[in-house]
Design a protein around this ligand. Structure first.
Ligand code: AMP
Length: 308
């Protein structure tokens, strides 16, 4: 390892190091582990916003060094999806991470991650086939494959994911458990714009009228939240409330609206333990996700805490 790299691992310089190769990323994090440091990984596809940065801050509370990966993973996009037009802003992202004093940015080119002849995939059965998995066949296989590779490369003690992609976080946790991975999965809260829209790199695709209409996802969840506060526990009635709000917005085309058990991702008929209300909605050609976590408060009768 070069002197600059060693100095960086010891925290003697504050400049972020950008790493493009698997080999160097492996060396750097293995060295950090050997020195007894806690390595944190925040996997992203870039076009960073405050949601991503909240994951970075959570990582910095627990870990040093923190590695942020930026990789627009071709394997998780379907043939008719937005892989080629997905926003790529490495320079601006790099400046944001540098501003947060992140130690390492891992930004490999696609051939580093998928060299010619690549043939091995990871699939978490069952929960990967529902909701997002049903609408986007092969999506989660691409996600779990790249995340397992990133874990192998960066060897993180902790890896940080957003509840924004609740099903993804659940699937990765399952993979970590099933494959005895040494990485603890941390799921962080949702970051929203001031009007309630869940932050997303894909929000950049929205035309002005679509952007205004996009708050309908939040409004649908909020309407269900109010019903829950008023005592409603029936999932069918809560779904009807959400669909009514969505249907009143002409620019919105729902893909799915479901209330599921937060562990199994199977639909529930009544709220219980821990549930997720999940939405996928098209605004024009842009597909947006949102969700709300509904958790039973122990020892409080049938009282539920809602996290939007
Ligand atoms: P992406 O770059 O879209 O693949 O997202 C990278 C990570 O950031 C994933 O774990 C997402 O769940 C998380 N993330 C994206 N948007 C948000 C948000 N609005 N709030 C919290 N986490 C988010």
């Amino acid at each position: 390892m070069g002197l600059a790299g060693e100095a960086e691992i010891r925290g003697e310089t504050s400049r972020m190091e950008t790493i493009h190769t698997v080999e160097w990323m492996k060396q750097v994090t293995r060295q950090a582990r050997a020195e007894g440091r806690l390595v944190g990984l925040v996997p992203t596809m870039g076009a960073l916003h405050q949601g991503h940065l909240s994951l970075v801050r959570a990582a910095q509370q627990q870990c040093k060094p923190v590695v942020v990966s930026i990789f627009v993973n071709p394997q998780q996009f379907g043939p008719n999806e937005d892989f080629s037009k997905y926003p790529r802003r490495l320079e601006a992202d790099s400046a944001l991470l540098e501003g947060l004093r992140v130690e390492y940015l891992f930004a490999p080119p696609p051939a580093e991650i998928y060299p010619d002849g690549f043939r091995t995939y990871v699939n978490v059965e069952g929960v990967s086939e529902r909701l997002e998995g049903r609408s986007r066949p092969g999506h989660f296989r691409g996600v779990t494959t790249v995340v397992l590779k990133l874990f192998e490369i960066a060897q993180p003690h902790f890896a940080y994911f957003g509840r924004k992609d609740a099903q993804q976080a659940r699937i990765i946790r399952q993979m970590a458990r099933d494959l005895n991975l040494d990485t603890e999965i941390v799921v962080c809260p949702m970051a929203r714009e001031s009007d309630g829209l869940a932050m997303s790199s894909r929000n950049a695709y929205l035309k002005d009228d679509e952007r205004r209409a996009a708050i309908v996802l939040y409004r649908a969840l909020d309407a269900a939240r109010q019903e829950i506060a008023a005592g409603e526990r029936d999932a069918v009635r809560l779904l009807a409330v959400m669909r009514k709000v969505l249907n009143a917005e002409p620019l919105a085309t729902p893909d799915y609206v479901e209330i599921v058990d937060a562990d199994t991702f199977e639909p529930v008929s009544r709220l219980r333990r821990s549930c997720l209300a999940l939405l996928a909605v098209f605004l024009g050609s842009t597909r947006l996700l949102d969700n709300m976590l509904v958790e039973e408060v122990e020892g409080a009768g049938s009282s539920f805490r809602v996290s939007l």
